[in-house]
Design a binder for this molecule. Structure first.
Ligand code: SF4
Ligand code: SF4
Length: 426
């Protein structure tokens, strides 16, 4: 009966689950019936247990292995998301397996709200934080420990932001830099077009190649159960990535401590991601017009300006919503390192979008030259940090979604075979 109610995987942890879940619920109910005096008397004992007898290992992979091994035994959260069924297919839980699971996790934190082994339980299980730490380790990759993390990234970003401003102040004569510029070629009187084009092409091509190589190596090392890839699995992964399916309401009944998981994170993410996509299209549209002899700045009603302005505003709105949601969310299941990475990523994108919009607004004033240098610096910093920070997560996550789609396809029966699939949403 319990197996039918709680779904696949329940039987693997039946004893643990009954003792943990129903025992705990019964204990709470008994304490509530006994009244406030008993609850107060229990508090010191509870506080003593907040420090677990064996603290979780500091190594992110060791902690993730410990955590997911327990989840594989417990099986209580099998129906919540794709991570738990995928973990159950990987009993060995090698480093590559854990990395795949980490990038499959979308950090909804529902499992933390449901888990009976979180603090103050001495096992101190925290699946979202454990997997987030592995993701953060993957983003930083081969960077030395001192150079990895948001603190160094902030300094590098600030350097990229202000170095072009300083360079412009030193190299461009003040009578050109601070003169109101208007008409075709106004930007290029301050910073020559070849410098801009070559800088952007080198930075983005280099960043794209480094990220592609890193994700490819991750793909090679994170092989798990059999996969069966086809155009359909590629389409499924692309659809999941484009619609952010996993950021929706999750499984039926999926909740966190504040109730049903809100769709706001998905919508905010869409605004930021598609807004960024529009600004990228604006750059392509500008390049196309330039190749046809129409030189920037373009009129307000032109395609590059419209796409850039709408995209920039959408980015800022999405980032503000994400920031607000992050501040109001329950912090217990969060990884401090990932929170800092998230905040820095949002700040980076906000500076790129905000400086672009300011440049648009001030392009015919004497500060246009400095705003242009600032905006180009923000774009340069974004590109240089892309392969080693949170903003690279799209590549890692797409690889995880594609592998997961292939695994599910391999478990689907061929004609004449029995169905072996137990993944949610099948
Ligand atoms: S998160 Fe907790 S309840 Fe869920 S499967 Fe893991 S150990 Fe079990
Ligand atoms: S945080 Fe959400 S996506 Fe990640 S393992 Fe838990 S339920 Fe799954």
């Amino acid at each position: 009966m319990c197996g039918q109610i709680l779904g696949p995987g329940y039987l693997s942890g039946i004893g643990l689950t009954i003792a943990g879940v129903f025992g705990r619920i019964a204990g709470r109910e008994a304490a509530a019936l006994a009244g406030p005096a008993v609850l107060t008397a229990q508090r010191p004992a509870l506080a003593d247990r907040i420090a677990p007898s064996a603290p979780p290992p500091e190594d992110p992979l060791a902690n993730a292995r410990r955590t997911m091994n327990l989840c594989n035994t417990c099986g209580f959260c099998s129906g919540l998301c794709d991570v738990f069924p995928a973990a159950q297919l990987r009993q060995g839980l090698r480093d590559g397996d854990l990395r795949h699971l980490a990038h499959l996790c979308h950090d909804c934190r529902s499992c933390h709200a449901d888990c009976q082994y979180t603090l103050p339980h001495e096992l101190a299980i925290n699946v979202p934080a454990a997997l987030a730490e592995v993701r953060a380790q993957d983003y930083a990759g081969p960077l030395p420990r001192q150079a990895a993390g948001p603190r160094s990234a902030v300094w590098l970003f600030l350097f990229c932001l202000f170095a072009p401003v300083l360079g412009t102040l030193l190299l461009v004569p003040p009578q050109v830099l601070f003169a109101p510029q208007a008409g075709a070629g106004a930007f290029y009187r301050v910073i020559p077009h070849p410098v801009m084009a070559a800088g952007a092409a080198l930075a983005f091509a280099g960043a794209g190649m480094v990220l592609a190589v890193r994700v490819w190596r991750h793909w090679r090392r994170s092989g798990g159960p059999a996969t069966r890839h086809s155009p359909a699995t590629l389409f499924r992964a692309l659809t999941d990535a484009a619609t952010l399916r996993n950021l929706g309401h999750g499984a039926p009944g999926c909740e966190d401590r504040q109730g049903r998981v809100s769709p706001i994170r998905r919508r905010a993410h869409h605004l930021a991601a598609y807004g960024f996509g529009l600004t990228f299209l604006a750059t392509l549209a500008g390049a196309w017009l330039h190749s046809r002899g129409q030189v920037a700045p373009y009129p307000v009603g032109s395609l590059p300006v419209l796409l850039g302005a709408i995209g920039g505003l959408a980015m800022l709105a999405g980032l503000a919503l994400l920031e607000r949601r992050s501040r109001s969310a329950d912090q217990a299941p969060a990884s401090a390192r990932m929170l800092a990475e998230d905040r820095f990523a949002r700040a980076q994108l906000a500076v790129v979008a905000g400086s672009g919009l300011l440049l648009l607004a001030l392009r015919e004033t004497p500060v246009m030259g400095l705003m242009l240098a600032l905006h180009l610096g923000s774009v340069l910093g974004f590109a240089l940090l892309l392969p080693f920070g949170k903003l690279s997560h799209g590549g890692w996550r797409f690889a995880a979604l594609l592998r997961h789609a292939g695994e599910r396809a391999a478990r689907r029966p061929r004609p004449g075979q029995a169905d072996k699939s137990d993944a949610p949403g099948e």
